[in-house]
Design a protein around this ligand. Sequence first.
Ligand SMILES: C[S@@+](CC[C@H](N)C(=O)[O-])C[C@H]1O[C@@H](n2cnc3c(N)ncnc32)[C@H](O)[C@@H]1O
Length: 240
Amino acid sequence: MSNDPYAESGEFIDVLSRGAWEALRVPLAQALAQARPDQGPIVDIGAGTGLGTLVAARAVPGADLIAVEPSPILRAALLARLAGDDMSRRVTVQATDAGGMVLPGRLGAVLAINMIGHLTPDHRRALWADLRPRLAPAAPLVVNLQPPPEPVAVPETAFTSVPVGRQTYQGSGGARPDGPDSVVWTMRYRVLTEDGTVERELVVDYPWYVLSAQMLLDELAAAGYAATVGEMDVVVATPA
Ligand SMILES: C[S@@+](CC[C@H](N)C(=O)[O-])C[C@H]1O[C@@H](n2cnc3c(N)ncnc32)[C@H](O)[C@@H]1O
């Protein structure tokens, strides 16, 4: 995709996302206890480097999965994660975005983790409508909410710091309002040497559509789902 917001920052996404995934792993696996792999595949929309795809594959043994990922650099990391792992036989990668994915008529579960703010409100609502008749009875659509819930400023905050060899990878970010339903997250990625010197720094802007829990619950109800917000702001919706 020519407008891939991860084209430059893709290098940093996996290493700096692992901590967040430690906290997301259990709520996601619990939500997937309702998956219906006998009815259809589990779809991971915006799979990134596959951290959630891996959780899903392990949580639902034997399930087929479709990992949808538009960014070439993140897809490369996803394919590297799959290579040599037993689960690679079960995961089909689609090199496209949510609007371009090709799905079967029946799905066993759907994930949209750490990605929903990339979709415009219209695209988001179209997605709920498209998925609703495909989801098997009681099968979950799992979406997580991310801050801010409304278009407000978020001061720059350090998110994570990960030692790799003699260097440390750091991620920080802040957001500024950018219209009635969106912000721009400005993320700063740094590589520090042992003495704390900044060896490299990359600053990237990501447009992000904000979504509060109530907005999401209302949209899902309007699209024919029953949904609840759980631990780590993980929303589980099932066809009503
Ligand atoms: C912050 S990353 C999260 C990746 C992964 N779900 C995770 O939690 O580790 C956001 C992901 O959404 C993807 N993405 C962006 N726009 C998208 C769209 N319109 N449809 C599907 N995925 C999209 C990005 O390429 C990226 O992989």
